[in-house]
Design a binder for this molecule. Structure first.
Ligand code: XMP
Length: 319
């Protein structure tokens, strides 16, 4: 935990359930699910405490991994969560139109998320509380004494007019502790082991202006990359992996013809808390297979590179 104490997951769960019940009483709580471990563990914990009075909203901003919205929504329903899926990709692309600066893009995505979420939340007339899957590194990085590194949209985005109290049961935990709590709550190990995925999703892995076409290319490349990591057994040995769409065109050759297409960068890092990260030394055979699969199967890409930078001084995400 942030104060250096060792986490006892069983005790933490019991204490949080009691605390949440005291905090929210008989009120309705709303929560935005992202498909990630943090918001899912938050939801299961609160669901344990107050059952179906937890109303979850899962927004599809169009920047999720390929088929992720449908797959994860099914999974949530299977977990017994009271969840509403909201498709809003068009609004996010419209809000990001013309924006190339990473922080401006994050803010546009964050703002749109809040707008969509607010509209859904307003329909929840009885809601008095907003739950969030904030964890300690989100807070530490967003309020660093050296200035904001990246403005994570799940911190400080509570809209004034909603007048909701905040429930953030995981806010003093590191990621590995959130996973311990998830295991204690009986969450499936394949879900617990999911790599961290940023709130703005592929939006911060697609450099420059976002378009549905670029995101579709990135989703295809990302799927090949993540599937290959899973199939080779590397997925669980990597803390976070990403494919990045680099809108720099380079010359290539396909069937004897010159091409002039985009670059996909692959990233795989190990970390404990995302504050520092080291590149994973993956086998060349695996990287070679992935580069071939991407270049042969993803139209618009003719070059794949592997990012060997550590954090610091690079960050994990490219934007
Ligand atoms: P960086 O790129 O700062 O990332 O080294 C550290 C960790 O934070 C995640 N990340 C984000 N998460 N909203 C999020 O919810 C964001 O805007 C955001 N930016 C980075 C990143 O995936 C990594 O796990």
């Amino acid at each position: 935990m942030y104060n250096g104490e060792k986490l006892n997951a069983k005790q933490f769960v019991e204490e949080q359930i009691a605390q949440i019940r005291t905090q929210v009483g008989g009120d309705v709580v709303i929560l935005g699910l992202s498909g990630g471990v943090d918001s899912t563990v938050t939801a299961i914990l609160i669901n344990r405490a107050i059952g179906s009075r937890l109303h979850c909203i899962f927004v599809d901003h169009g920047l999720l991994r390929k088929h992720e919205f449908e797959d994860v929504l099914e999974h949530y329903k299977g977990l017994g969560l009271n969840v509403k899926g909201v498709r809003a990709a068009d609004r996010f692309f419209a809000a990001c139109k013309g924006i190339t600066d990473p922080e401006a893009k994050r803010k546009a995505i964050g703002r749109t998320f809040i707008e969509v979420f607010n509209e859904e939340a307003r329909a929840e007339k009885d809601a008095r509380w907003l739950a969030q899957g904030t964890i300690w590194p989100d807070i530490a990085e967003s309020h660093s004494d050296k200035g904001t590194v990246k403005s994570h949209h799940n911190v400080g985005g509570l809209p004034e007019e909603m007048k909701l109290g905040l429930v953030e049961p995981l806010k003093y935990l590191y990621k590995y502790e959130v996973r311990e709590v998830g295991a204690e709550l009986g969450l499936d190990s394949s879900f617990i082991g999911r790599h961290p995925f940023p709130g703005p999703g592929l939006g911060v892995r697609c450099l420059g202006e976002l378009t549905p076409e670029k995101i579709a290319i990135l989703q295809d490349a990302d799927k090949i990359w993540i599937d290959a990591l899973r199939e080779s057994g590397w997925y669980d040995k990597v803390w976070q992996a990403a494919a990045i769409f680099v809108p720099v065109r380079t010359t290539g050759i396909t069937d004897g013809r010159r091409t002039y297409d985009n670059v996909i960068a692959l990233r795989a890092v190990n970390s404990v808390d995302a504050v520092t990260a080291e590149v994973v030394h993956l086998p060349w055979e695996l990287l070679d297979k992935v580069q071939k699969d991407i270049i042969h199967n993803v139209k618009g890409v003719n070059r794949v590179v592997f990012d060997i930078s550590s954090k610091p001084e690079a960050t994990i995400e490219w934007e």
